[in-house]
Design a protein around this ligand. Structure first.
Ligand code: DQA
Length: 149
């Protein structure tokens, strides 16, 4: 079974109550349950990690050697963290960057991702559904990426 780690950054643990007009009403726990369950349907072993601390996120990426894929939303650290960028560059594990909101529609300081060019691709602006699309993409690429059927 392929192993996928979904890495959530700061304040995403507050999903459901945090700015619901931007981030939706699904709680963090509900989101993770649904992602694990959707992963099972695809035959993916999905593990979840969340931290509000930059160093903990760096360490998780450094230690993620047993995973086939990372799905990452390091939230505000997307725009500031050279350390998380460097950790992604150091690991050989492919990563997909997810954002719940469409960063292009938001404040100027959110419009630049320090991770954009070191991840395989980005999914943003589609709400929490973007995480499910990321799992579909992971499944697709782990199958060899030769068909969209
Ligand atoms: C976010 C966008 C970030 O700018 C913000 O700091 C977040 C969430 C998103 O998923 O839309 O916390 O990464």
């Amino acid at each position: 079974m392929f192993k996928v780690c979904i890495i959530h950054g700061p304040n995403l643990n507050l999903l459901g109550s945090r700015e619901p007009l931007i981030y939706g009403k699904l709680t963090f726990e509900e989101l993770n349950e649904q992602l694990i369950s959707y992963g099972q349907k695809l035959g993916l072993d999905v593990k979840i990690f969340q931290s509000n601390h930059e160093g903990a996120l760096v360490e998780k990426i450094q230690e993620a050697t047993g995973y086939d894929y990372l799905i990452i939303n390091v939230a505000a650290y997307t725009h500031t963290s050279i350390a998380i960028r460097d950790a992604l560059l150091a690991t050989k594990i492919p990563a997909i960057e997810v954002h719940i909101s469409n960063l292009a529609q938001r404040e100027a300081f959110r419009q630049h991702s320090l991770l954009a060019d070191v991840v395989q691709g980005q999914i943003m602006g589609l709400g929490v559904f973007g995480y499910r699309l990321a799992l579909d993409a992971v499944f697709h690429y782990l199958q060899g990426g030769n068909t969209i059927a």
